[in-house]
Design a protein around this ligand. Structure first.
Ligand SMILES: Nc1ncnc2c1ncn2[C@@H]1O[C@H](COP(=O)(O)OP(=O)(O)OP(=O)(O)O)[C@@H](O)[C@H]1O
Ligand SMILES: [Mg+2]
Length: 395
């Protein structure tokens, strides 16, 4: 059986009540009116798996009002069984794997990965580059958890270099040594991101055309580097090609730093590097954000998430857990039907929130549990009452 979250419980997490929820290995629907806690529930699960909030809030905003500590726990079942739990307060966070402290963060994060879609993520296409870098970094991390350490090392070198560039009379020899280490760590991140993007591209196109088969317009995504235009890496590069590519990026990076270092000294900060890079989506050769409609943009973000899932499956052999918050809102019924048809063919666990089941165009929806959320309380719906009522509504 695929790895899945079988049980989940929270304590003092936003408005969620404390009763544990038992989940189905495939689809689970969480229905409720606005403001009842659907997103809070998905956020709690996301936080348990990633130790990061789903929306851009501070971890202390996740505590229920008036409380100083929250806890979350979940049982993962399938090929292996493990229990993850986290307790956190204003200052401190403790994580547990099977009841004890894990050997490392990698140990905690390994095995089941998670991919989430929230309505705000339409900003992935239209909003700031930080969101796109975050998406890409998480997607690389989801396929190889060693990436977390590589990013941290790069950010440490970036801080170190920025501190030196800010100092009143920087030591030139140290600046040179640091530039080399910085370019080396940066070249690795760029190679990782470009590699992932090139494997994502065919999955992205496939997923997008499954939702919009009637719109055979070329969609594409490109890595935009502050180093200028970069060579491509190809879809399945050999190890030698990957090593040579990273060396090539390193040489370009170092040459660029040498070119602009005096400007960096004037501005007192690093002006190039993967921490400033971006992604550009295009639609028939034009920037996606300028020409695509709202629904097409939403479909692109959904397709990106599905592409990420396909890539995680290809690289790790496991289906990640998919969280879909209020997904059906902007797709018209026909395109929504195509999206759900596609989703049915993927095999992982899906947790989906909606204000009405009538939006969910999934065949055999009755086979799966539906929970109702009212003021943070999660209760199994009196099924099939909920389903049949919604089906009648649809007819
Ligand atoms: N820290 C907190 N402690 C307690 N309750 C909170 C906290 N933060 C938010 N809430 C409550 O959580 C509710 C919002 O929950 P959530 O965003 O999950 O709603 P939702 O069901 O997803 O609604 P929508 O359909 O509008 O997206 C609000 O009623 C809000 O008052
Ligand atoms: Mg919500």
């Amino acid at each position: 059986m695929t790895l899945h979250l079988a049980q989940f419980a929270s304590h003092h997490f936003r408005n969620l009540a404390h009763e544990p929820v038992t989940l189905h290995p495939r689809f689970n629907f969480f229905c409720g009116e606005n403001g009842q806690g659907k997103t809070n529930l998905l956020e709690a699960i996301y936080y348990l798996f990633t130790l990061r909030p789903l929306r851009s809030v501070r971890p202390i905003d996740l505590l229920a009002w008036g409380e100083s500590q929250a806890s979350l726990s979940g049982d993962i079942c399938g090929r292996i069984e493990r229990t993850l739990s986290v307790q956190f307060g204003r200052q401190k966070r403790d994580i547990f794997l099977n009841g004890g402290p894990p050997l490392s963060l990698d140990d905690y994060f390994s095995e089941l990965q998670i991919v989430a879609f929230t309505p705000e993520e339409i900003q992935l296409v239209r909003g700031s580059p930080t969101l796109r870098r975050r998406f890409l970094d998480r997607a690389v991390f989801n396929t190889d958890i060693r990436y977390l350490r590589e990013v941290r090392q790069y950010l440490k070198l970036l801080d170190h270099r920025n501190a030196l560039l800010k100092s009143s009379s920087p030591d030139r020899a140290l600046l040179d040594v640091l530039a080399e280490q910085f370019a080396q760590a940066g070249a690795r991140l760029i190679r990782r991101r470009v590699g992932l993007l090139e494997s994502l591209r065919p999955h992205l196109r496939d997923a997008y055309y499954r939702i919009f088969p009637d719109l055979l317009i070329e969609i594409d995504v490109r890595y935009q580097s502050t180093l200028g235009s970069l060579p491509t890496l190809g879809e399945h590069p050999s190890t030698e090609v990957v090593v040579a590519y990273e060396q090539d990026i390193f040489a370009r990076f170092l040459a660029q730093i040498q070119k602009i270092q005096s400007r960096e000294l004037d501005r007192r900060m690093a002006l190039i590097g993967p921490h400033l890079d971006d992604l550009e989506f295009s639609f028939a050769g034009r920037p996606f954000k300028q020409v695509a409609s709202q629904g097409q943009t939403r479909a692109l973000v959904l397709a990106l998430k599905i592409a990420e899932i396909s890539e995680i499956k290809a690289r790790t052999g496991e289906h990640p857990l998919l969280l879909l918050d209020d997904v059906a809102g902007e797709l018209d019924p026909r395109h929504s039907g195509m999206f759900f048809g596609f989703l049915e063919e993927t095999h992982g666990q899906v947790l989906l929130s909606t204000t009405s089941l009538a939006y969910i165009q999934l065949p055999d929806i009755e086979r799966y549990p539906c929970f109702t959320l009212v003021q943070g309380k999660i209760a199994p719906s009196p099924l099939g009452a909920e389903h049949s009522a919604q089906h009648q509504e649809r007819e």
